[in-house]
Design a protein around this ligand. Structure first.
Ligand code: MSP
Length: 487
């Protein structure tokens, strides 16, 4: 048994969660459930990033004090995760007073160790990103992600001497002491480090909603420093022993914030002489219906509404199945509806229902002890081993190829449907080929048992339902037809 500490980003709590936040959280939950089912002790941390200008602005718009505003959204985040069957270990909030205190102590330590310097800074700040942008990063004078004009700011700030850590971080990344994935993103990060690191501002003069900078009440700690430190303070607040040897086994996020996790965070840890995370993985960014999700376009997908319509498992499945984990892609309600109808209803649900119905109809007693497989010649033979799909599946999950893991399960689903279509148990029954009939249905039964097991991390509810039906032999529709059209 080993210990695994898996994290999602802590999401800005300036609005209700959307499908983008759900995507990373579902992926983390799949991994947490997978490792737990293998007997590992897993600590799965998620939470909310509650300070900074972006939140203060949203609170103001809502006519609330920042703390009152963030408190009002906490139940919304928690219920979204509950509806999606996310089994996090703890929910972290940066307004936790214990966190605030430890953050101040750590920032003071950075100051005392000589890694902080006060200097004047003129720059273009994007509140949406909560970071300064270089003029070269702008498109038509606007932030390419938020399509808003950054604000010119000239402040005296405290700076963290990131520029001193380039070589050390490169060495840690190149030696895989910090594994960065996927490779394409790792190369981008390495390239950017090689082009030289600049010091980063770690305080804000004009932002009141934040943790006070130690020794200077006129400044607050930059929201990203506050946020990144959650991965450390959580280990103290929740007593995660794994920290002693390795802080996080896996930080999951999208590519938008990889730089913070792969470079700034390790540099802070090196400065504080704290251990480094083992792996940082950035999945892709998706569009919805071909466009960036935005309130103005009106294509923001609300996970709660989707769960109400399709159920948690269908959403968990559809988002992870649609495009490779690690690459950019596109999702839409139409795509989710199609997955529901085809992959889940027509393929998986139908396979389960017809197999159990035929087992009942032809009076076959499933052989729960023995297993069967299909030989290369198409003969059904007794198996003394596990089915092959499981082999690839484990590798895929360990390599974070979540979409491929699902594909390997669906290969088994499809092959089993083909098996039934080709062997035609109804004909075998008519022709009174009893042994053959038993073996075909036993093979289908056996495969459904392994499909139910393999599906568990992705679709826990469906997996349980399947296991129950396979146990009781009482078929029930897994994914009823929905009279909702496509979207
Ligand atoms: N608060 C910071 C994170 C601090 S972590 C120490 C933040 N918050 S965020 O609310 O903007 O969340 C960004 C993350 O949400 C992405 O990295 C990703 O995990 C998820 N996603 C948001 N939109 C997404 C897509 N359209 N596609 C994929 N992931 C998405 O950044």
């Amino acid at each position: 048994m080993s210990k695994k500490f898996i994290t999602t980003p802590i999401y800005y709590i300036n609005d209700i969660p959307h499908i983008g936040h759900a995507y990373t959280t579902i992926a983390a939950d799949v991994l947490a459930r997978y490792y737990k089912s293998k007997g590992d002790e897993v600590f799965f941390l998620t939470g909310t990033d509650e300070h900074g200008a972006k939140i203060a602005e949203a609170a103001k718009k809502a006519g609330k004090e920042p703390k009152e505003f963030v408190d009002s959204l906490i139940p919304v985040f928690k219920s979204a995760w509950k509806n999606l069957n996310i089994e996090y270990s703890e929910f972290f909030r940066t307004t936790d007073l214990k966190h605030e205190k430890i953050v101040q102590e750590l920032v003071l330590e950075l100051v005392e160790k000589g890694f902080v310097e006060k200097k004047k800074y003129d720059g273009l700040y994007c509140i949406g990103c909560e970071k300064y942008l270089k003029p070269s990063e702008l498109v038509d004078g606007k932030c390419p992600d938020h399509k808003t004009q950054p604000v010119e700011q000239s402040e005296e700030n405290y700076f963290f001497k990131l520029s001193e850590f380039g070589d050390k971080i490169l060495e840690k990344i190149n030696s895989d002491e910090i594994e960065i994935g996927p490779d394409s993103r790792k190369n981008e990060v390495v390239g950017k480090i090689k082009s030289g690191l600049e010091d980063v501002s770690i305080s804000r003069a004009g932002v009141e909603w934040g943790i006070k900078f130690p020794g200077d009440d006129s400044q607050t700690i930059y929201v990203w420093v506050d946020a990144l430190l959650n991965y450390y303070t959580a280990t103290k607040i929740f007593g995660i022993e794994a920290w002693e040897s390795h802080p996080a086994d896996l930080h999951l996020m999208a590519k938008d914030i990889l730089w913070f996790h792969a470079v700034i965070w390790p540099a802070m840890l090196l400065a504080l002489e704290l251990p480094l995370p083992k792996k940082v993985f950035a999945h892709g960014f998706f569009t919805v219906g071909g466009q960036k999700m935005s309130k103005t376009i009106g294509n923001v997908l609300d996970p709660n509404k989707l769960v109400d319509k399709y159920g948690a498992d269908a959403i968990r499945y559809a988002v992870l199945r649609e495009f490779p984990f690690g690459e950019d892609g596109d999702i839409s309600e139409e795509k989710i509806a199609n997955r529901y109808k085809n992959d889940l209803g027509n393929e998986l649900g139908n396979l389960l229902q017809r197999t159990i119905s035929m087992i009942n109809k032809y009076g076959v007693t499933p052989d729960r002890k023995r297993s069967y497989f299909l030989s290369d010649e198409g003969e059904i033979e007794e198996a003394d081993d596990e089915p092959t799909a499981e082999l690839l599946y484990d590798d895929h999950i360990k390599n974070l190829q979540l979409e491929m893991a699902l594909q390997s399960i669906w290969k088994l689903v499809r092959e089993t449907n083909v098996l039934i279509d080709e062997k035609k148990p109804w004909n075998l029954a008519k022709e009174e080929k009893k042994l053959e009939l038993e073996r075909v249905l036993n093979l289908a039964f056996y495969r459904l048992c392994s499909i139910a097991n393999l599906l568990f991390p992705f679709m826990p509810e469906t997996s349980e339902k399947m296991k129950k039906q396979l146990e009781m032999l009482e078929p029930e529709v897994l994914f009823p037809r929905l009279d909702i059209g496509n979207g």
